[in-house]
Write a protein that binds this ligand. Structure first.
Ligand code: NAD
Ligand code: MG
Length: 390
């Protein structure tokens, strides 16, 4: 039996992971499940899967979780420290599917235990790529990509010589506002941004798809995961989301990975790797599909892509600044306090301010420096907003 833990079990990726695991219950021994405010879901899954421990991220929910687990034999725990403790429990395979920088600490802890970390939480690599890779290497742990584009690239590279790799092309649906007139974006609402044309995902990543902050983070994730120079990573808008990524080799060959937009493919690939097993995903019928479209991304529409290039060139803790400023700006957008295009403006202003202080940006990358930088960047988003208001 494989020991598995799922961090962010109640979310979109977490539930898809549980869907796969629950189809073959005898194959898995579930160690830890984590969630947030949805205690009923967390408790139900922990009972059903016979988890050793269930952890809610929120300390004030511990009482509810205990009550929901009464008599089940599943331990209840709460808070960020309990999350890291749960990640320290021995497991063979750990799904990292918390949303946001909160996923970094439990992911690092799982790597320290030598677990295979299936990484949906792209923030982990954006905030602390070099630290995460070093930690994995030091502890003989393996990282497997779950983001659909990165899983596609990973699969296209099987058996290939990395020295022959020329470029990586990741596709972007263009999000909810792909075809909106630019001038309407200023007044777009969170509710409108949260309607993705092709994928069903959590609210935050769906809005990040509309702004392409999601794609911007994925470009950085590509650089960190595959160790490729930024100028060899391309983004192409592909409205159908059937081609997830393409890999170009020095002989001119371009290998594409296609599949229905269903995250159970990438999750299942990471779960069964290096084997390929039968997965409950729709098969593509190319004749029905008829055609696939591609177009260059418009940088005026998607300033986040330009900011990602800047972050990759700058390095150091600028990824942690970028991610945290984006997360905070997104909080404000969801709450209706700022406009859609203000998110990129705020992130850029905060990046600029950090850059005038190289002592901060170039500090050594550790969990502590990343966490401190994360807090400071969020604070600076609030300060920039107060300044605009005043
Ligand atoms: P989601 O919002 O549906 O779920 C997020 C999970 O994280 C929930 O279990 C929630 O309880 C938990 N959580 C939220 N805040 C937390 C905190 N502060 N501390 C601890 N746990 C917390 O998100 P999702 O769409 O499943 O995305 C999860 C991650 O996977 C994100 O990093 C996202 O970018 C990435 N991802 C998602 C998809 C997708 O199809 N949904 C695809 C590729 C990558
Ligand atoms: Mg993706």
């Amino acid at each position: 039996m494989r020991r598995v833990s799922i961090f962010g079990a109640t979310g979109s990726i977490g539930q898809n992971t549980i869907d796969l695991i629950a189809r073959d219950p005898d194959a898995y021994d579930v160690v830890a499940l984590s969630g947030g405010a949805n205690i009923a879901q967390l408790a139900q899954d922990a009972r059903r899967l016979g988890a050793d421990v269930a952890v809610t991220a929120f300390p004030e929910k511990l009482y509810d979780l205990r009550a929901a687990l009464a008599g089940s034999g599943v331990e209840a725990a709460a808070g960020p420290v309990a999350l890291v403790e749960a990640a320290a429990r021995p497991a063979d395979w750990v799904m990292s599917s918390i949303v946001g920088a909160a996923g970094l600490a439990p992911g690092l802890e799982a790597l320290k235990q030598g677990a295979t970390l299936a990484l949906a939480n792209k923030e982990t690599l954006v905030c602390a790529g070099p630290l995460v890779l070093e930690t994995a290497q030091a502890h003989g742990a393996r990282l497997l990509p779950v983001d659909s584009e990165h899983s596609a690239v990973f699969q296209a590279l099987v058996g290939e010589d990395m020295a022959a790799l020329e470029r990586i092309v990741i596709t972007a649906s263009g999000g909810a506002f792909r075809d909106w007139p630019l001038e309407d974006l200023e007044t777009a609402t969170a509710e409108q941004a949260a309607r993705h044309p092709n994928w069903t995902m959590g609210q935050r990543i769906t809005i990040d798809s509309a702004s392409m902050f999601n794609k911007a983070m994925e470009v950085i994730e590509t650089k960190e995961f595959f160790g490729i120079e930024p100028d060899r990573i391309e983004v192409i808008v592909h409205p159908e989301s059937m081609v997830h990524a393409l890999v170009g080799f020095r002989d001119g060959a371009l290998m594409a990975h296609l599949g229905a937009p269903d995250m159970r493919h990438a999750i299942g690939y990471a779960l069964h790797w290096p084997e390929r097993r039968e997965l409950p995903v729709a098969r593509l019928d190319l004749a029905v599909l008829g055609q696939l479209n591609f177009r260059a991304p418009d940088e005026a529409r998607y300033p986040a892509l330009r900011l990602a290039r800047h972050v990759m060139a700058r390095g150091g803790l600028s990824g942690a600044v970028f991610n945290a400023a984006k997360e905070r700006a997104l909080d404000h957008f969801i709450a209706g306090r700022i406009g859609f295009l203000d998110m990129a403006r705020l992130v850029e202003a905060v990046l600029d301010r950090f850059e005038s202080d190289p002592g901060l940006i170039d500090a050594r990358l550790t969990l502590d420096t990343v966490t401190q930088t994360d807090h400071l960047a969020r604070q600076r988003v609030d300060e920039a907003m107060a300044k605009r208001a005043g």
